[in-house]
Write a protein that binds this ligand. Structure first.
Ligand code: ZN
Length: 303
């Protein structure tokens, strides 16, 4: 796929020089379509889906292998949210879906029932990963021990089902590391919206994790994140995501984002690594396909 460059002015507050972002849609391994619709309305969501649909139609007519086509992973957070999403979007080939329990109040009312439902949802063919789940000691919607127990149960479930695990970790470095370390690198473990520094990056990488970088990579004072990216890049162990509608990359900070904003994060990542943008896009695409679309035409092996 060709990448058309357009110049982006340096955003106010950006910690990086001006970069050129690709205008064609790219793979985004972490987005929340339902939240995007809440923020941008049905037209905002429709515009997003139409852009990916058109990219797939154009690439298919050029006989581009499926493994090279951009896709979005729509991430679950709540008990029972998988089936309604599949009903609505399950037929769209450029979408994949995860299911998981974010450590929020709703889940802790009856964690056992929520885990049982999750275990059933994970059997669905269209469900390609478990997450997001993890520890949030910033919002602290349940005490530490209860969050840990829920996270450990989901990590064990991901391993039993041989599914990638998508981890949310906020102000919870040591405990998150403790849980993912028990998995011993047997399944892909993705630290989503990585927000720690290079020292924590080293520790997660040593535990066999991948780090996924969102729009906050482009924010002022995000140099520790760029350093973490450089550390992860050495081991070819990073992904790029939006976490949309959150974390809009500069110059969109504060506005609702969609996967159509991800080009700016790829561009900033390439500039932080001193790498050719097209090379970085290709490498991240190959990595993302292996993890989230294993077995598709041209994907090169099972993830
Ligand atoms: Zn998320």
């Amino acid at each position: 796929m060709t990448i058309n460059d357009k110049n982006l002015a340096e955003g106010e507050g950006s910690g990086h020089p001006a970069v050129s972002a690709p205008s064609s849609p790219l793979t985004d391994t972490h987005a929340h379509l339902g939240h995007i619709e809440q923020r941008l309305g049905p037209e905002g969501l429709e515009n997003l889906l139409e852009t990916y649909r058109a990219a797939w139609a154009a690439a298919k007519s050029e006989k581009t292998p499926t493994a090279r086509l951009p896709f979005i992973v729509d991430i679950g957070t709540r008990p029972g949210d998988l089936l309604p999403r599949l009903d609505r979007f399950g037929s769209l080939p450029y979408l994949r879906f995860s299911a998981g329990l974010w450590p929020g109040r709703e889940v802790f009312a009856d964690p056992k029932a929520c885990l049982e439902q999750l275990a059933a949802d994970l059997r669905h063919d269209s469900c390609c990963a478990l997450g997001e789940c993890g520890l949030d000691y910033f919002h602290m919607e349940a005490e530490r021990e209860r969050q840990l127990a829920l996270f450990e149960a989901q990590a064990a479930l991901a391993q039993a089902r041989n599914l990638p695990l998508i981890v949310h970790s906020r102000d919870a470095f040591q405990d998150s590391l403790g849980v993912v370390s028990t998995l011993g690198g047997r399944i892909p473990v993705i630290l989503h919206c990585f927000s720690y520094g290079p020292r924590e990056a080293e520790a997660f990488l040593a535990a066999g994790c991948l780090l996924s970088f969102a729009g906050n990579l482009t924010y002022r004072r995000a140099e520790p994140l760029s350093e973490a990216l450089r550390v992860a890049a050495k081991g070819k162990a990073f992904l790029v995501e939006t976490d949309s509608p959150y974390m809009n990359p500069m110059p969109g900070r504060g506005k609702a984002s969609t996967p159509l904003d991800i080009g700016r994060t790829y561009a900033y990542a390439a500039s932080a690594l001193g790498q050719e943008l097209s090379e970085l896009v290709k490498a991240v695409q190959e990595r993302s396909v292996k993890i989230f679309r294993p077995g598709i035409e041209g994907a090169g092996g099972q993830g």
